[in-house]
Design a protein around this ligand. Structure first.
Ligand code: ADP
Ligand code: MG
Length: 679
């Protein structure tokens, strides 16, 4: 068998089942994984002068052992090894704790390099290790490790892997690009990052590696896009006159931005290319009506449209709204959620009507993507609040979408700077304005002990016929606790407002009928105050509601707070968002301040990213941002942009598949596409 970077780590010399298991736990399965498990930082082992180091710095010092080492034991398990160390003309003290085995290495008069932490006041070094004299490497990589697999072991295994596999590391980026940007060969990049000769070399290698990583990522996105648009085109020839007529009878005029995106999307529908488009627009910017127009257009072309949303409440709301809207136009709208599905007879009838084309538009939760749902002629799939769907659901949808046009809508939880990396394979339309007459929501931050003043404020507004949401604290991963909390708040609120105002309760454990009734009551103002869990987080639209009170607001993410706040400010009345929180640290305080200072979803997402820090967000799969091993999409944005441009040019060139220099890239792309390991 010839060697291949996809080989399991188990083939390596000295790596038995225990180590394999420990590596797997760290997410390392193949040789490729291992070679790209790069150190997250380096210890600097270059020897330094005493005069140039500062207190508490970790340094390597070179000198001569000036006294015999003295071993002192204290307690049962502890010991300390002390000796004086002559560096040029200075004598310092070195102490090693619990490393008595080093005693034999420390001989009077011997030259050593000692790595440790410097204490300036005491003029002493807390020894960490003795470095070998011959080692020419100045930087020691520090690796992710675990209790089963130490730092030094990971490093050793990487070394073995490199030695055994260096020969089969090839360059995937085409030679002309390598030359143009003076990129180092991949083999060298991997060696220099793991075992750098010096700071500068390591930095250069990282730059090359980052370019390569971004280039391949973008090439993949572009390749998928090309394949989709070539293969699965479907022309949706809508009736322009009917669509115009529909728009004309809407109760409001579309904003300029809405008109623009409607045009962009209609253009896609009409073209024979497969549409894969993202519609982004901040909360309240009016995405639903855009979806309605597009779906209506599809129906006039004689195809069916499906809209998938993340919650049952939202599905019900959309289905109701669209049924009313389409009623005069003879369009048949159906609702399909898991509770519809549970009623056998109704489900059967619905499936039949989807299958024979009686239903033109279906709105539903993920219940929509069950395999037994067969459409007569599905031409358009819309997802609302696209970021809320899990990776798996998006995957299935993508497959369903392979025969129909796809429009994904989101309120952009992902910052502008990153949209380019995550949505690379999609076209993007943006609604960049809110409907006319909207007043900026006023946000206030109250401490936990100011609840009473919040209630007083609410009472004043209620007298002016306002409606209020109160969102109960979020208990991660515990619906039961969520419910308990919501019930408690509900009781408190009902007690306070007594019989003067109607208080309702909404939570995820209610059945679909109960939810629908509560929402209906709220919409029709039979309820003044709606106490709810986060089930109302996305999409819910009751324009008369003007106050959003969020309890324990610091438990929510910024994107989530912004979404919740977006439930108010949907009409022309002044709206308020009250955040109740007593954050314990600076980070929490900073987050509250962001919410007070801006209403702009893009800006909030950007701030969120900055506050959380890269490490965190990149590790956070849910955020939808891909996990890069070397590159940092924010810090390395320039490289990302260049890599994107080059990748697009290479992949979309006419002779892409014929060119010899693209051979490895083609292999790589076909392999990753097969694995379908995209998200
Ligand atoms: P989102 O983009 O958050 O999904 P919605 O589609 O729910 O926003 O729209 C928010 C509210 O604004 C709805 O009540 C909707 O009817 C209203 N709306 C949408 N477009 C316009 C417009 N052009 N003029 C006035 N109101 C609009
Ligand atoms: Mg919406």
């Amino acid at each position: 068998m010839s060697k291949n970077l996809n080989d399991s780590v188990a083939v390596l010399t000295g790596v038995g089942p225990k180590k394999v298991a420990a590596l797997n736990k760290l997410g390392i399965n193949s040789i490729e994984d291992l070679l790209t498990a790069f150190p997250f930082r380096y210890d600097d082992f270059a020897t330094r002068k005493l005069s140039e180091i500062s207190d508490q710095e970790k340094v390597a010092l070179k000198g001569t052992v000036a006294t015999e080492p003295v071993l002192s034991r204290f307690g049962r398990q502890k010991n300390r090894l002390n000796f004086r160390f002559l560096i040029d003309h200075d004598v310092i003290m070195v102490s090693f704790f619990n490393q008595s085995y080093l005693q034999s290495k420390i001989e009077l008069g011997k030259n050593l390099i000692v790595y440790g932490k410097w204490n300036h006041k005491r003029q002493s070094l807390a020894g960490i290790k003795i470095l070998s004299q011959e080692a020419n490497t100045e930087l020691g990589g520090v690796y992710r490790s675990s209790k089963d697999l130490k730092q030094s072991q990971v490093k050793k295994i990487v070394e073995v892997a490199y030695n055994e596999y260096a020969d089969v590391i090839v360059d995937v980026v085409p030679q002309s690009i390598m030359t143009k940007y003076r990129l180092l060969p991949r083999k060298e990049v991997i060696r220099e990052i793991h075992f750098p000769t010096n700071q500068k070399a390591a930095k250069l290698a990282r730059r090359s590696g980052t370019f390569e990583e971004f280039f391949l990522f973008q090439a993949r996105l572009q390749y998928i896009k090309e394949n989709q648009s070539i293969n699965q085109g479907k022309k949706i020839e809508y009736d322009l006159k009917k669509v115009k007529n529909f728009i004309a009878q809407l109760p409001f005029e579309l904003t300029t931005a809405q008109k623009k995106v409607v045009n962009e999307i209609c253009h896609d529908l009409h073209s024979k290319n497969h549409m894969n488009r993202l519609l982004q627009g901040d909360v309240g910017s009016g995405k639903t009506i855009v979806a309605a127009i597009i779906m209506y257009a599809a129906v006039t072309a004689g195809v069916q449209a499906a809209m998938m949303v993340p919650t049952e409440i939202l599905a019900q709301q959309h289905a109701k709204k669209l049924s009313e809207l389409f009623e005069p136009f003879g369009v048949n709208v159906a609702l399909l959620t898991s509770s519809t599905v549970s009623k056998v007879a109704r489900r059967r009838e619905l499936l039949r009507n989807l299958n024979n084309g009686v239903v033109n538009i279906v709105i539903g939760t993920h219940a929509l993507i069950q395999p037994d749902i067969v459409f007569q002629n599905l031409g358009l799939v819309v997802t609302d609040e696209q970021h809320r769907f899990g990776v798996g659901q998006r995957q299935i949808l993508r497959e369903k979408g392979s025969t129909s046009d796809v429009l994904m809508m989101t309120a952009t939880p992902i910052p502008r700077t990153l949209a380019l990396t995550t949505y690379g394979e999609m076209d993007v339309s943006t609604i960049n304005e809110l409907p006319k007459g909207r007043k900026a929501i006023r946000t206030q931050w109250l401490k936990d002990n100011q609840m009473m003043s919040a209630f007083e404020f609410i009472e004043r507004e209620l007298r002016n016929h306002a409606q209020v949401y109160i969102v109960s604290p979020l208990i991660e991963e515990s619906e039961v606790m969520d419910l308990k909390n919501a019930e408690e708040i509900y009781k408190k609120t009902s007690d306070y407002f007594d019989s003067r105002y109607h208080v309702g309760l909404l939570h995820g454990r209610m059945n679909s009928n109960e939810k629908e009734n509560i929402m209906l009551d709220f919409k029709e103002h039979a309820i003044d105050i709606l106490v709810s869990t986060t089930v109302i987080e996305v999409g819910v639209d009751v324009p008369n509601a003007t106050i959003m009170l969020i309890l324990d607001a610091d438990r929510f993410g910024l994107a989530q707070l912004h979404q919740l706040r977006g439930r108010v400010g949907r009409g022309d009345k002044q709206s308020y968002c009250l955040l109740v929180a007593s954050p314990k640290n600076e980070y929490g305080i900073a987050r509250m301040q962001v919410m007070i200072n801006t209403n702009d979803g893009f800006e909030i997402a950007q701030k969120d990213l900055e506050l959380r820090g890269q490490g965190d967000i990149l590790g956070n799969k849910q955020s939808g941002i891909p996990d890069f091993k070397l590159g940092d999409p924010i810090a390395d944005l320039r490289i990302l942009q260049i890599a994107k441009e080059e990748a697009h040019q290479v992949v979309s060139a006419e002779d892409f598949k014929q060119k010899k220099e693209n051979e490895e890239l083609m292999k790589y792309l076909n392999q990753t596409l097969l694995e379908n390991s995209f998200d």
